[in-house]
Design a protein around this ligand. Sequence first.
Ligand code: 5AD
Ligand code: SF4
Length: 431
Amino acid sequence: MNFSDSEIVASVMTENNYVTTKEQNEADVIFLNTCSIRDNAEQRVMNRLKQLQPMRKKKPGLIIGVLGCMAERLKSSLLEEAELGLRVDMVVGPDSYRDLPQLMLDAESGQKAINIILSAEETYADITPVRFASNGVSAFISIMRGCENFCSYCVVPFTRGKERSREPQTIYIEAKQLFDSGYREITLLGQNVNSYVWEDSQSNKTHFPELVAMVATVSPLLRVRFATSHPKDLSDKLIATIAQYPNICNAIHLPMQSGSTSVLSRMNRKYTIDDYMARIAAIRTAIPDCAISTDIITGFSGETDDEFAQTLKAMEQANFDFAFMFKYSEREGTLAAKKYPDDVPENVKAHRLQEVIKHQQKMSLASNKKDVGKVVEVLIEGFSKRSKQHVSGRSSHNKVVVFPDRGFAPGQYALVKITSCSAATLIGEAQ
Ligand code: 5AD
Ligand code: SF4
């Protein structure tokens, strides 16, 4: 989401005659687009801000701005030089990027600039993102912003505000323009894409399954992905739509968070583990060949050994192809911070995290081994990181596939026979 937001920021700045640079030393303005989801994300930003301070000596007038969720969460406290031991010139929340040119004027005149007003409407629908860090093949399209699910551990509803969706036609046009300029894969983004709903002036509603179907008609050569779905909102209609369109990728990211119904209840996830497994079963019935990935949190408030064991069991039962796994990090102001003590010792959280990672690696390897001998369609993204003799791309399942180059270009599709694998990568030969 931040990657996508930075493209909006680049667009607003470019419209106002600023240019981007890849050279930090050349920059007159440095924006850090920040994440507050876990404490370690915020610590990384604080360290980066510290590292940047000496640049001010070489470049008087250098402007350093904090954008995004940390700006929203920490507000004007980020401007307290004495307290932080470092100087920040601008603090700009995720709904205020249109105001950047005005804020720049303040900052350039030596004043500190801040706008952290959250909006109930802002979707940046009319701003064409500048794809400044793209591979030219895959792009993100932000389709909705904000979240009102209030999972008890999560800071996002506080930093990103109310849910709002973008007009479908603007999304279709953006996808078409991307396709026409050579892109072959788009990921529709939202904190909770399944809550997407647009109501037009005649009160006709477009829901997420209709939107994905619409975007899939741009071209059969355009792959469509989306993230992230909340299990309580993953409808049968959406599953049927994925099954119906070959270019909607057979890969669903469905955060489980925990395998224990009691933990899920404390997390305010609004589903039981049986509900979750019923959604997995619905996917597997309609799309037998669908990759399913997830997010897991270990050591949430009050998590017992037994509750944790249920997570390991549920991972096995769901048979995830891939997972993002995290230690619980208490966030100030959230429901959990108010209601449940952060009482699982750090070493237990860390040990449980290692266990889920080990468990998932085994399952990812088994999932990849099942692909050995199969022929998969790969969208080529570029040279492999390790060798210029090999290219790398992704399967519809979102698995990385590496194979010998035969003069391929990024954006081309290749049918690749898988010959071997690791837990993270499939290796093959183009047919
Ligand atoms: N601590 C740890 N992980 C968190 N996530 C969200 N909030 C927290 C937190 N406070 C994880 C969830 C979510 C993913 C994006 O980040 O698993 O799905
Ligand atoms: Fe956070 Fe839950 Fe919203 Fe995801 S659905 S952004 S975890 S509150």
